[in-house]
Every structure is written in C-alpha cells, then in structure tokens.
Design a protein around this ligand. Structure first.
Ligand code: SAH
Length: 358
C-alpha cells in the first residue's frame, strides 16, 4: 500500500467509509502524495500522455479556433483567455504560438492558468518562459471569471473532477463507498439507498447492479461557465474522454505508466479519470443560458479544422520528421486511437454562430 493509501486507511478508520468522490479528491490532490503533487505524472515518462503532448498541431489548431471565434464576436479589445488544468503548459504554449498570427488578438489577451498543483504551476512557468503576453496563475477556478469575455480551454480537466457512483439494488440506488478491509481499501455500498436520486431518462432502464456515475462538480462548473459566457460573451472548448449520456456503466479508471491499474491498490501513484458525461454538461450549459455545440469526436473536430493540411505543411518543412508527424496525426484522429474516444464540445452565447469544427 502506498503512503497515501495508508493515510486514507487511517482516515476511514477514524471517520468511516468515504464516497468515491472523496477518494478521487484525495488520490489526485493530496498535497504530499497526490498524483498532481508530482511534476511528472503527465508525458512520455509519466503515467499518461495527453493530446497536446502528442503533437504541437493540437494546440496550434485550438489557437486558430480561438482566434476565429474572437473574430466572429467582433474582436473584443480585452478578453480573458483561461485554461483549466494546463498540465505541463504545452497546450497554452502552442495556442499562444498560433495566436501570434494576429497582433491585435495577442494585445487583447489577459491569460490565466487555473492549476491546483504548485508543482505543475512551476512546470507550466518553465514551459511558458517566453510568452507574448503576461500570464497569471491561480489555484481556484472561481478566479477566472472577470467582467470581460471569457475564452476558455479545458483538455482532460473535467475527467479529473470528482464523480459519485451509485449502484442499483432492489432497495434503490446505493452510493458506492471506499472502506477498509483488513489492511486494504475496498469498495462497499452504503447500507441505505439515497432518496430521490435524479437519474436522467436518457439513460434508459436500470437493471440490478447497474452503475450510475454523476459529477455534480462538473455540471455546476459547466453551468457557471455558460452563465458567464451568456453575460459577457466568449467561448469554452472542452475536450475529454466522453460519452453521450446513454446507458449505465462505470468508467472510473486508474492509469499508471500508460497501463490500466487497480483503482484502490496504490492511491497517489496512478492517475484517476472518469468519462465525461457530455449530455449533462450540455444541459448545464443550456441552464446557464448559453448554447452547447457538439459533442463531436476529437477526430472529426481536428479534421474539420484542417489537421491533415497542417501535418502536410509541417512534414514538408521537416522531412526528417515526416514519419513521426504522420504517426502523431493518426494518434490524434484515428478512430481506434484518440479520434473517437475523445470528444469536443463548445459553449457559446445562444445567439452566436456555430464555431469552426462543429
Ligand atoms: N490539460 C493538460 C493536463 C491534464 S491533467 C493536458 O492536456 O496535458 C489534469 C490537470 O488538471 C492537471 O494539471 C491537474 O493538476 C489539474 N487539475 C485537476 N483538478 C483540478 C482542480 N480542481 N483545480 C485546478 N486544477 C486541477
């Protein structure tokens, strides 16, 4: 058992079983042993590789996407460009490189990175050591809302927000808890069913043993973002592992060293991630008074933005790297790689035209 595992065992012995959501928070964010307390969870050497770490093309196309949406909204003079959970800072670096195409756009930017982990904030500052405009950091999501248009990007952020899991039994939906069994952590159901759990009708009928996952933290945040965009303009682009809100099943998984790992064996040393319920995020965006576009698959989104053409141009400029550029293109867009598993969704003011790629 990892040091964090032992800490969680002691916590449960003192206070009783904890919901899966609290286990996720502890495993990811514990200041000493959590996944994000380490500088190196993300990337080739770490536990998982994200799209911006696969290729600069991903961030550059998102930079062009932001530029185009800013133009569609009549080039506001001052905008907040925020990123949720920037990891190693690679996505923002590539976004800002593409942004340099338009000096007026760069001059409008007030860039803010929202990052809970001090270790990752330091990595981001190294990656972004030469930015075209000043960058601010905050650990708190609420700090990104100013009184100017918000242009927001979030890649593999919502999948790390805490989820609750409920299991259907004859007596109703019981929350899945993490408890202690001997020296180990194990799952157990709460003894009493939760009253009045709102399971969306789109999920269909639940049979005995069905698992329902829900992330109130994610929907509350999506609604807040949408309300802000409805009031001040702007756009949010959310890219993540996702599903369309149909059926039941558990998607919470642990990944260590690029391989699936047991969920409870060694908290803090495996990344945790749950598929994002885009249907619920879209509903939340509508409640907030904005419009959701998509989700579309990451492959369809990047192809519509012209990633194939971008790969050709890069390969012509760097013939020695042609093969690795082609394999990055496949990795990002092919249906059996990241192309279908990942989805993109945008939130824009209700009256705004559809953004590129949707
Ligand atoms: N977007 C990056 C990294 C994804 S990993 C990429 O694509 O490579 C998730 C990131 O979100 C990490 O930087 C993590 O520290 C951050 N994070 C997760 N939950 C957070 C929260 N509640 N508040 C702020 N940052 C958070």
């Amino acid at each position: 058992m990892s040091p964090l595992g032992q800490k969680i065992v002691r916590l449960i012995e003192a206070q009783g079983p904890i919901p899966v959501s609290q286990f996720m928070m502890l495993a990811l964010h514990d200041a000493e042993h959590g996944v994000y307390a380490s500088r190196n969870a993300i990337g080739r050497q770490g536990d998982f590789i994200t799209a911006p770490e696969v290729s600069q093309m991903f961030g550059e196309l998102i930079g062009l996407w932001l530029l185009e949406v800013w133009r569609q909204q009549d080039r506001p003079k001052r905008i907040r460009l925020a990123e949720l959970g920037p990891g190693r800072g690679t996505l923002m670096k590539d976004v800002l490189r593409a942004a340099r195409l338009d000096a007026q756009f760069v001059a409008a930017l007030d860039v803010m990175l929202i990052e809970a982990s001090p270790a990752l904030q330091a990595v981001q500052a190294e990656t972004l050591h030469d930015p075209p405009t000043a960058i601010h950091w905050s650990a708190k999501v609420s700090d990104m809302f100013g009184d100017i248009p918000l242009f927001l990007i979030a890649n593999e952020f919502f999948d790390a927000l805490p989820i609750h899991q409920y299991v259907q039994r004859e007596t109703g939906w019981h929350e899945r808890m993490v408890t202690v069994d001997g020296d180990d952590l194990s799952f157990a159901l709460a003894p009493v069913a939760v009253p009045g759990l709102a399971v969306p009708e789109s999920r269909g009928d639940a049979t005995d043993g069905a698992v329902f996952e829900t992330s109130p933290a994610s929907t509350a945040l999506a609604e807040e973002i949408a309300a802000h965009i409805a009031q001040y303009n702007g756009a949010a682009l959310i890219v993540d592992y996702g599903h369309g809100g149909i059926g039941f099943g558990e998607t919470l998984q642990a990944i260590a060293r690029h391989k699936s790992a047991p969920l409870l064996d060694s908290p803090g040393s495996a990344d945790l991630s749950a598929h994002v319920d885009f249907a619920s995020l879209a509903e939340a965006a509508t409640r907030g008074g904005a419009k959701a576009h998509g989700p579309v698959t990451q492959g369809a989104f990047l192809n519509a933005l012209g990633i194939g053409h971008r790969a050709d141009v890069l390969a012509k400029k760097n013939p020695m790297q042609a093969a690795s550029i082609e394999s990055a293109l496949q990795r990002l867009t092919a249906p059996d790689q990241m192309g279908n598993l990942f989805k993109a969704m945008a939130i824009l003011p209700a009256i705004a035209p559809p953004p590129p790629g949707f």
